[in-house]
Design a protein around this ligand. Structure first.
Ligand code: ADP
Length: 286
């Protein structure tokens, strides 16, 4: 006799197929909500522009939380340019599975998942349309054995396209967005769009970070504002959101990112790490 709950296996009847699909969807929905229910806070790090230091902020925020003893997951949904594996020195790490799902890679006290951990070849371009990217992001949450987390920090790709939209729809309620910009006008114009995006999707904005804000010469200590300073604070004022603070341009931040060392941990005594810690402080208290 047909088993209406689990499908009948070989039946080609359209109604039976629809029933099976419905059951699968219900099971997936249940799996997703069970994963999400074990994560206390979900925070997305966004920017309207690429290259402004979004991943750098995401990594250092996640590591700061872990150093404070929090259970932290870091999810990189930058499908076309995943830099988290490089920044944490886990490129090429073998993924493993368990009964509970795909095991995230553990490093610096974090559980990390990124498309960059699954791609076999760095030069391979990922050419996917929106719905495929949405399905992958859903799998990254639903099928990864995140376990109980105090925070899930999500590094979104630049802009307000498919990935951030899918992420908001899949997660449902995000606890906040950190918006990263650089001081120049060209960045702040695009970053304003990220703020508007969050408002439309009811994502609370935790604040704006101005990264690459002034350069302090490591030899003479003199500060040079390579880009006119203050763009982030001005943007925050204009858009009515909190300004979290500024992080200077520092060669050691770039070096640590390239060598897979979390800056805030390995250069904790530097003035830039202290500036970073000030920026991150309000988020730690969330
Ligand atoms: P995004 O995620 O916005 O594309 P990344 O975080 O990948 O930006 O940063 C782009 C590059 O700039 C990386 O090489 C990173 O190490 C470097 N970088 C980020 N912030 C700083 C900083 N404050 N000082 C120096 N280099 C930085």
């Amino acid at each position: 006799m047909e088993d209406k709950n689990n499908g009948c296996g070989g039946c080609a009847d359209a109604a039976c197929e629809a029933e099976k699909r419905k059951n699968t969807e219900a099971m997936e929905k249940q799996k997703l909500s069970s994963r999400l229910s074990k994560i206390k806070r979900k925070i997305v790090v966004m920017s309207g522009k690429g290259g402004v230091g979004k991943s750098t902020v995401a990594v250092n925020l996640a590591v700061s939380l872990a150093l404070k003893g929090k259970r932290v997951g870091l999810l990189d949904v930058d499908i076309h340019g995943p830099s988290i594996p490089t920044m944490l020195g886990i490129k090429g790490r073998q993924m493993t599975g368990s009964e509970d799902g795909i095991n995230p890679v553990e490093v610096e006290g974090l559980k990390v998942m990124s498309i960059g951990l699954l791609a076999s070849n760095d030069e391979e371009a990922i050419i996917w349309r929106g719905p495929v990217k949405g399905a992958v992001i859903k799998q990254f949450i639903q099928d990864v054995a995140w376990g109980d987390l105090d925070y899930l920090i999500v590094d979104a790709p630049p802009g307000t396209g498919d990935e951030p939209l899918s992420l908001c729809q899949i997660i449902g309620t995000l606890d906040g967005a950190v918006i990263v910009t650089t001081p120049q006008k060209v960045a702040s114009v695009d970053v304003k769009k990220s703020i508007t995006f969050c408002r439309r999707l009811n994502v609370p904005i935790l604040g704006v970070v101005e990264n690459m804000s002034g350069f302090v010469c490591p030899h003479c200590g003199q500060r040079t504002d390579i880009f006119p300073a203050g763009g982030g604070a001005q943007l925050a004022r204009e858009m009515g959101v909190k300004f979290l603070g500024a992080i200077p341009l520092d060669a050691q931040v770039a070096d640590s990112g390239d060598s897979g060392l979390a800056f805030i941990h390995h250069y904790a005594e530097s003035s830039t790490a202290k500036a970073m810690a000030e920026v991150i402080k309000p988020i730690l208290d969330l």
